[in-house]
Ligand binder design. Structure first.
Ligand SMILES: C[S@@+](CC[C@H](N)C(=O)[O-])C[C@H]1O[C@@H](n2cnc3c(N)ncnc32)[C@H](O)[C@@H]1O
Length: 201
């Protein structure tokens, strides 16, 4: 069976006007963690083709999306550039303090599991660096991660900055996928200076 064959989730997404099946991952995370807040701001990293942004717009959030390509609809501000070239100040100038920061970014896969894992972690770490400056206290953070050697270190960095941190594999994630999502809620503003140091004082 082809991996890309449209499945139940893909057909359901199209029928509901969403460009990608991944919308059901965000919907499940939202139902579980109450992420969307009407009237508040959200940043969507890796937003193309736009199903997560459309979902958040429908929840009446003010959305700025970042991707190499812009979704083909309005209602949000699109930044069409690599996340590595986007600064937190730029996001803040568009939407102000952010209540929800989501990243479904995925690198082009090389076929080498370790390389793909490390590229994915670099994207997730960039998402966290931007979120640390943009999130308002109590805000929430979601990032996709490909499981592997550095995944636990990344999860620990979320644990240090949020009141709760969970690893979740939504139902809409394909069974064979190595991806999972880290969900942090209750942003605390980051660890105390030196709290993450592992070396001697
Ligand atoms: C799985 S798709 C996102 C799907 C989206 N959440 C939706 O529901 O429509 C992953 C996206 O990450 C984007 N991406 C990969 N590397 C990126 C980077 N360096 N900066 C911004 N976006 C990136 C890709 O262009 C791709 O559109």
């Amino acid at each position: 069976m082809s991996y890309d064959r449209p499945d139940h989730h893909t057909r359901k997404a199209k029928a509901q006007g969403f460009a990608a099946r991944s919308v059901f991952k965000l919907e499940e995370l939202d139902q579980r963690f109450r992420l969307a807040r009407p009237g508040a701001s959200a940043v969507d990293l890796g937003c193309f083709p736009g199903s997560w942004s459309r979902y958040l717009i429908q929840k009446q959030m003010k959305v700025v999306g970042v991707d190499l390509k812009a979704p083909a609809f309005g209602g949000a501000t699109w930044i069409t550039r690599s996340v590595m070239e986007v600064e937190a100040e730029e996001l803040l100038a568009i939407v102000g303090p952010v209540a929800l920061f989501v990243s479904d970014m995925a690198p082009n896969t090389s076929g080498n599991r370790f390389t793909d894992h490390m590229r994915q972690i670099a994207l997730a770490e960039r998402a966290l660096a931007l979120a640390e400056t943009c999130l308002q206290p109590g805000g929430a953070f979601v990032a996709k991660v490909f499981d592997g050697e550095e995944a636990n270190t990344f999860v620990k960095s979320i644990e240090a900055r949020f009141r709760t941190c969970k690893r979740v594999k939504p139902d809409a994630t394909r069974d064979r996928s190595v991806e999972f999502f880290v969900v942090g809620t209750g942003f605390t503003g980051g660890p105390a200076k030196g709290a993450e140091s592992t070396g001697p004082a």
